[in-house]
Ligand binder design. Structure first.
Ligand code: GRF
Length: 203
């Protein structure tokens, strides 16, 4: 399968997926990595892995619709079977999401439906949660609201800092994201009527 990864930053999840492809744990190939930030370190990771890279910055576009149309054309040019959002820090318009319906995955650093949006680790600590985690989900028009495929849980200990919790969650992200990508590439995982199905069964 042809995988395209959208990033904005460090790209540690991208790295986990690149490694999984290279080691044969994912029956797919990352055909391109697209960033909306030219300085994203993930681009360096992509080049090191021999992937095509593209940068499409929002500056210069009249509005979100214009940017998303250009991004959509760029993405479509690679004929991806799957679009993996890995720390892509832009909200995508319904028009973009409709274009790639059922073919987009995202990872969100919380146990969805808890803590949608930003600063999830800080908010989980402040809420006094003893558990936190990450969720891989299909992307639908509802921000951080698409059907969850797989979650990983981590404890929050007394006195934990935001950085400690973030690091603990990231270790789990790097385990669950390649796994979900592998299921999709094997054809075991699909989204139908905005529900995730694994081996034909609702998740
Ligand atoms: C991850 O924590 C992910 O959950 C969130 O953004 C972060 C990206 O990290 N969506 P990286 O760029 O993959 O290192």
């Amino acid at each position: 399968k042809r995988i395209l990864v959208l990033i904005s930053g460090n790209g540690s999840n991208l790295q986990a997926i690149l490694d999984a492809c290279q080691e044969g744990r994912v029956a797919g190939e990352v055909v391109a990595v697209v960033s909306n930030k030219g300085e994203a370190y993930g681009l360096t990771r992509a080049r090191a892995a021999g992937c095509a890279t593209e940068v499409l910055e929002a500056a210069g576009f009249a509005d979100r619709a214009a940017y998303d149309a250009a991004l959509g054309d760029l993405v479509e040019g690679y004929r991806p079977d799957l679009i993996v959002m890995a720390g892509f820090m832009r909200i995508l318009s319904p028009a973009f999401i409709a274009r790639f319906h059922g073919r987009m995955l995202n990872i969100h650093p919380s146990l969805l439906p808890k803590f949608q949006g930003l600063h999830t680790h800080r908010r989980a600590i402040e809420a006094g949660e003893s558990e936190h985690g990450a969720s891989v989900h299909f992307v639908t028009e509802e921000l951080d609201g698409g059907p969850v495929v797989l979650q990983a849980r981590v404890p929050i200990f007394e006195g934990d800092t935001e950085a400690e919790v973030a690091a603990r969650v990231q270790v789990q992200e790097h385990a669950i994201y390649p796994l979900v990508v592998s299921w999709f590439c094997m054809g075991r995982l699909v989204m139908m009527q905005d529900k995730a199905l694994m081996d034909g069964e609702p998740l």
